[in-house]
Design a protein around this ligand. Sequence first.
Ligand code: S3P
Length: 443
Amino acid sequence: MYNKFIKISEKIVNFNKKISVDGDKSLSIRWALIASQALGVSKANNLLKSEDVINALNCLKTLGVKIKEKNKEIFIEGRGINGFNYKKNITLNAGNSGTLGRLILPLLIKSPYKIKIVGDKSLSKRDFSRVIDPLKEIGVNFYPNNKKTLPIYIKGSDYLRPIKYYENRGSAQCKSCVMLASLNVPGEVVIKAKKSRDHTERMFKSLNLPIVLKNFNDFDLIKLSKPNLIKNINFNIPGDISSAAFFIVLTLLSEKSNIILRNININPSRIGIIKILNRMGAQIKLKKIRTINGEKCSDIYVKSIKKLKSINCPTSLNSSAIDEFLIIFLVAAKAKGMSYFKNLSELNQKESPRLKIATKILKMIGIKVESTKDSIKIYGNPNLKLNKNFIIKNYLKDHRILMMSVISALSLGGSWKIYDPDSVKTSFPSFFKIIKKLGGQIK
Ligand code: S3P
């Protein structure tokens, strides 16, 4: 079978640019799913048009939801909680998206018919028992009974019960799954959750849904009751810091370059990368900070930096940088000294086993690395300059492995052949357009 690839054989030269990145993926998927349960028409500006989000919209259309696009705005016509209208024997395809696969299930927990949920090769390898188990406790049925991966069938129930749920992985998907289930569960659902991104909590609050939140140092306590109604939700979606991350690092590692990233979501539960890189010596600044739809946003200013220090990364920052570790590891590879990242077993549960693959890539470019199942020690080399040939196969087509490889090639040199460039469409369709705008040479 023919596999597409790109070639990069020149480092990027100094740039000084202002850019915008595509809309936030977590917010785009959450908005679409919650808007489908609202009563009336909800509107989103700057919704991410990536495959993960398009799959979310397609799943909702299969469930009978009317969705329209006009002048770059997306409109979802909600018919209230459980207002779906669908036939027997439908299949919902979550594609590559763990967030969609795991967050659509709680919207189906009263379904009178079995609904089949499928995903691509990568998603079909990922653990779904983490959301199936709490939903079963609520009273939802899954077939085959003990299956932990997609494809799987879900069938709802009229006899749902509230649960007390302890989320101990720091997974926002698990927490949000149970939160969304509470929309259909009589009585009080209580969640004790290790810290993770809190977009669902913020959306519930901005919609005045019955939620009581208590924040402690290591965990959050969330109490939820069934709302009578969800009102429509209009949302301006800011840029995704997980996409901005690649350009933050490209700028840091390039020579004499500056970048301003406009209107990025800087929700405190998402900015681990900025805290980590600033501790490593970067001077990333947040300017024009404002709050829109309960989410903090700002412009991000970054400049190249010659001297980067290693870091013993505090595990308290893990969940707020979970999607950015690949690109943070690249910075560690150029920092002086040994950087240590631990308690990161969740990284091997992503679109591909990222801790394992990052270890391979770093070793390939000549960096000394020691890794275990859940940790990595990176012995940085500030003088790292590449001049060999490198091939990246990326067999699970992980979008972030692809983007990490492109940034490595553009900032470190060498001659790279990188497969499956279309994987950027999962989360960041404008990635290559921005690279070109900055002067990156890609063949
Ligand atoms: C996400 C949560 C994280 C993250 C994923 C998006 C979300 O996953 O890796 O890309 O939108 O809730 P986990 O909840 O599994 O950590």
